[in-house]
Design a protein around this ligand. Structure first.
Ligand code: NAD
Length: 426
């Protein structure tokens, strides 16, 4: 029963909050404020489908807390989106924005929809409808959405355009993650993956661990997983396994050319079968590469040094945590580890670099984008990436120091860092 409860992300978020506050002397009223979102918004979005039918979708926006600045967090389009998931994700945004020290509060939104079943026109009408419904509650200095699972720069561009029409004023800073030519920041598209890479490298430096030749398995090959894979390979890690929602591939000696594999996935719609030698990718190469197909869950328990969940919540559970062989887990997805799994991993002395630190690079560059829009500036990519590295290194060091001081896990330490900053601002 308890395990069922804690697989509800909102229950887990609150449980993580309580475990961190037990180390701090914080007033009950402050803790209560953190436990309750400031506002929850649920809307109906009627959309005219291509065949002339009208379909109504359900959309959500949760504004968890704005003590440190405007609500900030992405919009997710997925069939499993519901209010509890969005509440948890909004709470994690409040914590994440405090850990990476950007002047934002936490928010999150989404629509219960399988966007892969919609045409581009239907997706645009859905997004514009959502923007109209949310317009009274958001704004450049109020609440600033961004991309998340299945939402792209193009979707952000539609959203900004529709919002601007509703309020009668062009408002580029109402969303981040826009295309670079339309007010987006250089470096935003790769920011989450690169930020995770910086957090990993800094943690390994602090732990005195070498990275060259270490084996990595990555679950999720979307925006976050694909960029991260590239940075890790470039730095000398061996990326041996990749998976997406349809399964994946395992090549024990390392996947040779990630860009060819990415092109294969783009063409065939899935990673499975992308055994590439030169530019030729198919099953006939599987044997010569010594590879095999894997399921998405198997990605997490392969004989590797680093496992990266970069897809959705509840990937590592009490069912598979004992089978994890890696000594480091880099949580790029939000909430990928259940509470029970966390306990098991702690006993196994696995270093878990928690989501609210590991994936905070995206929102750090979202802040840079918002700042550039608000001040009519345009920064060079190298400047954006240098600022990202500085923020990720500083945040990682703060988390590591607090873990040592309080003798707690990196996850609890990240919450401690966030809660202290939130309390100071309250
Ligand atoms: P995306 O939509 O670009 O990619 C998601 C990937 O996960 C796809 O490859 C999809 O096939 C895969 N996937 C879905 N279900 C899966 C399953 N059961 N097993 C294996 N793979 C599966 O999304 P993204 O932007 O890369 O986000 C990935 C995660 O990172 C999410 O948890 C998101 O909340 C988190 N995150 C994203 C950002 C960002 O800037 N995009 C920032 C912070 C956190």
């Amino acid at each position: 029963m308890a395990s069922i409860m804690l697989n509800n992300p909102w229950d887990r978020a609150r449980s993580q909050l309580h475990s961190a506050v037990s180390h701090l002397k914080l007033p009950a009223a402050f803790i209560e404020r953190m436990e309750k979102p400031d506002r929850v918004i649920e809307v109906s979005i009627p959309v005219k489908m291509d065949d002339g039918r009208k379909e109504t979708f359900r959309g959500y926006r949760v504004q968890h807390n704005n003590i440190r600045g405007p609500y900030k967090g992405g919009l997710r389009y997925h069939p499993k989106v519901d209010m509890d998931e969005v509440k948890a994700l909004a709470f994690w945004m409040t914590m994440k924005n405090a850990v990476v020290d950007v002047p934002f509060g936490g928010g999150k939104g989404g629509i219960t929809v399988d966007p892969k079943k919609l045409s581009e026109g239907e997706l645009e009408r859905l997004t514009r409808g959502f923007a109209r419904e949310l317009a009274p509650y958001i704004g450049e200095e109020v609440d600033v959405p961004a991309p998340d699972v299945n939402t792209s720069p193009k979707i952000m561009s539609w959203f900004r355009d529709e919002y601007s029409k509703v309020v009668g004023k062009d408002s580029p800073a109402v969303v981040t993650g826009k295309p670079v030519g339309e007010g987006g920041s250089e470096g935003r598209v790769e920011a989450t993956g690169l930020g995770g890479f910086y957090a990993l490298m800094e943690t390994m430096r602090l732990l005195g661990r070498r990275h060259n030749g270490l084996k990595v398995a990555i679950q999720g090959f979307g925006n976050v997983g694909s960029y991260l894979a590239g940075y890790m390979k470039e730095a000398g890690f061996r990326v041996v396994a990749l998976s997406d929602s349809k399964g994946g591939l395992y090549v024990p000696n390392g996947i040779i050319d990630l860009s060819v594999v990415a092109a294969c996935k783009e063409k065939s719609g899935k990673l499975a079968g992308c055994y590439c030698v030169g530019s030729v990718c198919d099953f006939s190469n599987m044997e010569s590469l010594g590879g095999r197909d894997i399921s998405s869950t198997e990605t997490l328990t392969l004989p590797v040094d680093v496992v990266v969940p970069a897809a959705l919540e509840n990937a590592i559970t009490e069912e598979n945590a004992n089978a994890v062989q890696a000594s480091i887990i880099l949580e790029m997805a939000n909430g990928p580890t259940t509470e029970e799994a966390d306990v098991i991993l702690k006993k196994k002395h696995v270093t878990v670099i928690p989501d609210i630190l590991a994936n905070s690079g995206g929102v750090a560059v979202s802040y840079f984008e918002w700042y550039q829009n608000m001040h009519d500036e345009k920064w060079k990519k190298e400047d954006v990436l240098a600022k990202l590295k500085e923020r990720m290194d500083t945040a990682t060091q703060a988390v590591y120091e607090n873990a040592k001081d309080y003798k707690v896990s990196l996850r609890e330490a990240a919450y401690i860092v966030a809660l202290k900053r939130l309390y100071d601002a309250a």
